[in-house]
Design a protein around this ligand. Structure first.
Ligand SMILES: Cc1cc2nc3c(=O)[nH]c(=O)nc-3n(C[C@H](O)[C@H](O)[C@H](O)COP(=O)(O)OP(=O)(O)OC[C@H]3O[C@@H](n4cnc5c(N)ncnc54)[C@H](O)[C@@H]3O)c2cc1C
Length: 433
């Protein structure tokens, strides 16, 4: 029985290379061009970034989120997890390795459901890192529940006309196209009545009303667009998959998106952990180093245990995806990993921040941003509470109620049964007394 926790030595060499490369060549980009990784490259920036992408390509680590059967050059989700935990340390690293969210998820559904023409027009440039995309699903009146969606498309001859509002369409302002989930048949349930369209962002009627920022970012300069689709006319060929298939497509996309966020979060949380340990060993106060205070030792031990549990869980979920090649079969564990992620990141980043004292909460350290990032992770690709409900439903499928007023773990009945089973020995014992 194979039951191992070791990385194939050849792939480990590539991971070691990626670790050094990200530290020395890519992490500095986060400081010279912060929060600009989704801005299309100027000629000057291209001169800096393209050679880095070429190095990644030469190592065979470019865009490894899709397998060869889908047009990528992936090694599978388990190996991607090991790579992504390195890339998760840096905002620019996923761009330099061609596997940034939300483009990975978007590429995945175009690869699965797109026509040859759609793949040529959208998938190939996306895999080549030549354009960005946006996923436009959430609406202002409700994100977690697609049955609330109102943005709709109606047929007009060979065309469709889209009208409605979408909220938090990340990267819409720099994207070449949007994947928009809309109601196409209000007569049936939302699960059968919604369709997905590929809409070029420069189509007439696509109005980005505001670019919403996260807390601390300047007004209207954020990444998350409020989009008004105002009589947006698209041809029938803009439909991705069949009419009414949007829900199934969204599940494919979100399965990959969620686990990839979790993979990167391992790297992000480990970075916070490393900072906490360095500070604990370096700072001397009240007669000893911080690392000698029991409370701080508790912070470190709890963080180590949380991070290790989380990492193993993510790797296990990734291994299952490779095994079954079906996100749906791994739904319970993907949802559980997604629901665990915000707490793990929050707890470790918060402890690291606390150990840094006042410096920790300043904008001269990345720790508060990590804590805040944990809050966002509790919503991106669906709220934690909804994922927990999914986990609970899946877990309960393997259990059944008992038709008795006493639970099956009730000791008096179990003892009686055990005594009946071993009655002859109990009687012998009694006789020997
Ligand atoms: C940084 C960031 C990036 C995002 N990017 C995108 C994107 O690119 N494209 C896109 O379409 N969307 C995006 N989103 C939106 C995200 O998918 C939604 O925020 C999420 O689905 C929740 O929807 P909502 O915000 O409308 O909250 P609501 O649906 O109003 O839910 C609010 C809260 O109610 C509770 N709740 C809701 N439903 C249930 C339930 N069934 N059971 C128990 N409790 C429940 C939860 O506590 C939940 O947090 C992004 C969000 C963030 C924060």
């Amino acid at each position: 029985m194979a039951w191992e926790f070791e990385t194939d030595p050849e792939y480990q060499k590539l991971l070691d290379w990626a670790d050094d490369f990200v530290r020395n060549e890519v992490e500095p980009l986060d400081l010279v061009w912060p929060n600009e990784e989704f801005v299309p490259l100027t000629d000057t920036r291209r001169k800096a970034i393209d050679p880095l992408k070429d190095e990644v390509r030469k190592k065979g680590l470019w865009a490894t989120h899709l397998g060869p059967e889908l047009g990528g050059q992936g090694h599978g989700q388990l190996k991607l997890a090991l790579l992504n935990e390195i890339l998760g340390r840096s905002q620019w690293a996923p761009i330099v390795f061609g596997c940034q969210a939300p483009d990975t998820g978007n590429a995945e559904i175009i690869a699965h459901y797109g026509t040859d023409e759609q793949k040529k027009r959208y998938l190939q440039p996306l895999l080549d890192g030549e354009l960005f995309s946006s996923y436009s699903m959430t609406e202002p009146q409700g994100g977690a529940d697609p049955t609330q969606f109102k943005c709709a498309a109606v047929r007009d001859g060979d065309d469709w006309i889209i009208n409605g509002w979408k909220y938090f369409s990340s990267n819409a302002k720099t994207s070449a196209f949007l994947l928009v989930m809309v109601v196409t048949n209000p007569e049936v349930s939302a699960y059968q009545g919604m369709s997905m369209f590929l809409v070029p962002t420069d189509t007439a009627g696509v109005n980005i009303v505001r670019n919403v920022g996260l807390y601390g970012e300047p007004d209207n300069e954020g990444l998350h667009a409020l989009v008004h689709y105002d009589n947006v006319r698209v041809p029938a060929e803009a439909l991705l998959g069949g009419e009414g298939q949007a829900f199934a497509i969204a599940q494919t996309r979100l399965g990959g998106g969620r686990i990839h966020h979790a993979m990167r979060t391992i790297g992000f949380a480990r970075q916070a952990m490393d900072m906490m340990c360095e500070r604990a060993l370096s700072r001397h106060t009240a007669g000893s180093r911080l690392s000698e205070k029991q409370y701080v030792q508790g912070f470190i031990a709890d963080s180590y245990a949380q991070l290790t549990q989380f990492r193993l869980f993510v790797l296990y979920a990734a291994w299952q995806i490779d095994k079954y090649k079906d996100y749906n079969k791994v739904r319970k564990d993907i949802a559980a990993v997604k629901a665990t992620m915000p707490t793990v990141l929050h707890d470790i980043a918060w402890r690291a921040m606390q150990v840094h004292g006042a410096l920790g909460v300043t904008n001269e350290m990345p720790l508060f941003k990590m804590v805040h990032g944990a809050a966002a992770m509790g919503l991106v690709d669906g709220p934690t509470e909804v994922h927990k409900a999914t986990v609970a439903k899946q877990v309960l499928r393997n259990h059944s109620p008992i038709d008795d007023q006493w639970p099956s773990g009730w000791i008096p009945r179990k003892r009686e049964e055990a005594q009946a089973k071993y009655a002859q020995f109990l009687e012998l014992e009694m006789g020997n007394l």
